[in-house]
Design a protein around this ligand. Structure first.
Ligand code: 5GP
Length: 177
């Protein structure tokens, strides 16, 4: 696969250590509970698959897809549900598993949508956070890494559906499709 012009931001090893730490923290916090992990497609699938394997809890998983970004690497702010959950989450402990928080609009929308279904609790875990880009306040309960305002790809994150399978996280320096 041709590799785009990038700078490595986070190596495979750094990601793995942090994902393990996050999973240990969540394992401690949810002892005795059976949380449902809600993975936000498609970017969070790689994170989910590593994260859930380090969790020592009887978890269930479900998937949701929303659209907020088109082909351009900017936020449009318009959010639609493309795929809804299969599970009834009423009275369940929900953990949203997200790849990256940028403006916060996506998570804000997801949080409101899921809270209207009366879960027992709802928390958010994100691998990456770009705190400088916030348009709305959103409480992130567990965060892997705070990163600068750069467009990143790899470890599930794409540009025009490409580069999701890069094992590390890279800053995209050249926006060619
Ligand atoms: P927000 O609604 O917080 O602005 O955007 C969240 C979504 O935008 C993420 O789930 C992700 O799909 C996309 N996004 C935000 N920043 C980046 C980035 O640097 N790289 C990639 N590939 N996607 C991003």
């Amino acid at each position: 696969m041709p590799v785009p012009k990038t700078d490595i931001l986070l190596t495979q090893q750094e990601i793995m250590h942090r994902v393990k730490d996050l999973a240990l923290q969540v394992t401690r916090d949810y002892r005795g509970k059976k949380p449902v992990l809600i993975c936000i497609l498609k970017g969070a699938v790689v994170f989910l698959s590593d994260f859930m394997r380090y969790l020592q809890l009887p978890v269930e998983i479900d998937f949701m897809a929303v659209s907020s970004y088109g082909a351009a690497a900017t936020s449009s702010g318009v959010i639609r549900i493309l795929k809804d959950l299969e599970m009834n989450i009423e009275n369940r402990d929900i953990i949203i598993v997200e790849d990256i928080v940028d403006t916060g609009l996506t998570l804000n929308f997801l949080r409101e949508t899921l809270l209207s279904r009366a879960p027992r609790s709802l928390k958010i875990v994100t691998l990456l956070d770009k705190p400088d880009c916030r348009a709305v306040h959103i409480k992130v309960d567990y965060c892997g890494f705070c990163i600068p305002d750069e467009f990143v790809v790899g470890y599930g994150l794409d540009f025009n559906e490409k580069y999701r399978n890069l094992p590390d996280i890279r800053i995209l320096l050249e926006f060619k499709s």
